[in-house]
Write a protein that binds this ligand. Sequence first.
Ligand SMILES: [Zn+2]
Length: 373
Amino acid sequence: MTEIRTVLTGLELLPPAIGDEFDVATERAVRAFQQSRGLSVDGRVGAETWRALDAARWRLGARTLYHAVPEPLTGEDVRSLQERLLEMGYDVGHADAIYGVRTARAVAQFQREVGLKPDGSCGPHTMGALRRLGRKVVGGRPQWLRESDAIRQSGPTLVGRTVVIDPGHGGTDPGVVVPDGPLRWCEADLVHDLASRLEGRLAAAGVRVQLTRGPTPATCLPDTDRAQLANSLGADVFISLHTDGHANPEADGVATYHYGTDNGVTSATGERLAGLVQREIVARTGLRDCRTHAKAWDLLRLTRMPAVRVEVGYLTSPRDRNRLVDPRFRDKVVEAIVAAVQRMFFPIERDVPTGSIDVSELRKVVAAGAVMD
Ligand SMILES: [Zn+2]
């Protein structure tokens, strides 16, 4: 019992122990833990929950990780390592918290690229290299970053870039639904409209654009497939469009999400794109600023390019909804995103103030056949 409480306290699911009994707070913490790990939520510590709790107490760096046979090492530290490797563009499959062959191979590849002995095990030296690079080298392996630097130096033109736009939901999943009133909107339809408008504006600026779905797909594509599509197209930028919903009609505003974990690992390029998208939308539409946030969602974790998910207002907020049903307002949202994508390709020292890019100018440049440099 004390051990369970100790683990839960370590995971910050439970305040430091006072008593020793399996009390209400402990049960609540167990439930929260089970929910976070996708276990069946019964509040009891059976064999499966105990194994998960035991694995959860390992923090990355606390022990040397290696590919053990036949019983592979498992734990939260393995998951953190896998997330970092995925983040840097190494193929470890899913971050399943099991140190298998694929993880060992990815570690060896990383070691080779940073000049360490490629033995596929993760000890202090490899951890050190991961720590030094983890926060900076993101959205691609070191050599990919050098390539993207080269692209950046080729100029800020949007011509020839590939942008994947992901209208959320669709098919059997309508997303947020507003059933009452004369304006019957569902999120899936609204974000597809936004995506089509964005496609038009970006295409006019010379961008190759691909949508992850049509207006009325038969089924709802899972986020892993959406990410996979963007990866297979070698997209330069990935933008997922959603609207939010809340039981409280007072909740409103726009928020943008980029990849990041609780460990403080963040995709620097994703974070930059999220900041640009968020600031441009707030400046151009006046939607309330619900800021940018780091999330480890599949969509953001598995995509290998700067990727963001924008929640453009709350469909459940009468204020946001009335604005969103106006096509001119939606055009403003789209202009804001185009401006953000353009700024993404400006070198940081040549960036321009928020709200200052006239996106119709981009079109003229393409029409004139000129390539900006
Ligand atoms: Zn949504």
